[in-house]
Design a protein around this ligand. Structure first.
Ligand code: HEM
Length: 138
């Protein structure tokens, strides 16, 4: 019997072996995508229902509505969690896509730099808006 078609000692690099790290970072990142996804379903569907369907829906949204809503710590925390989770989830998802598709080290590095800076800026700006919103400027 021929052994030509049998598997030999061929070394195939593990997926994403280019990002060499001896830590459980990718495991926690995988878990974070699942957990944040589940939490986001409730936050986003709740947001959609309250803002666009309940009580006259989108027609009733104006400056006074937002001012009233953000006077409550409950809605501040809701919106803050939605902002952080969606941004961290989306950014981490994009990081995976860049690691998978960008082949050159330099390309991968700079795409991720742009991604992280943009995400950091949006998270910072959004957080600032939620906590420093002034209802008296309207
Ligand atoms: C609303 C509920 C959401 C659920 C249940 C959810 C669930 C998931 C899960 C389980 C993954 C991992 C897929 C994988 O590893 O193969 C994923 C990936 C991803 N998610 Fe979400 N997600 C949600 C919302 C969002 C939002 C709001 C954004 C954007 C801000 C987003 C952007 C992404 C991206 C870019 C990926 C990477 C896709 C890939 O690896 O091919 N997701 N999502």
């Amino acid at each position: 019997m021929s052994t030509a078609s049998q598997p030999g000692p061929v070394s195939i690099p593990a997926p994403r072996s280019r990002t060499r790290q001896r830590s459980n970072y990718e495991l926690y990142s995988w878990l974070f995508m699942r957990v944040s996804g589940i939490v986001l379903v409730f936050l986003v569907l709740g947001h959609l229902f309250i803002m666009n369907i309940l009580d006259g829906g989108v027609q009733r949204i104006n400056f006074a509505f937002v001012a009233g809503r953000w006077s409550s710590p409950f809605w501040q925390v809701w919106d803050l969690m939605m902002l952080w989770l969606a941004m961290l989830h989306g950014t981490n998802g994009m990081r995976t896509i860049i690691n998978d598709y960008a082949e050159r080290d330099q390309t991968r590095f700079w795409l991720k730099m742009i991604l992280f800076v943009a995400a950091g800026f949006i998270i910072l700006l959004g957080t600032l808006v939620i906590f420093t919103f002034d209802p008296n400027i309207g």
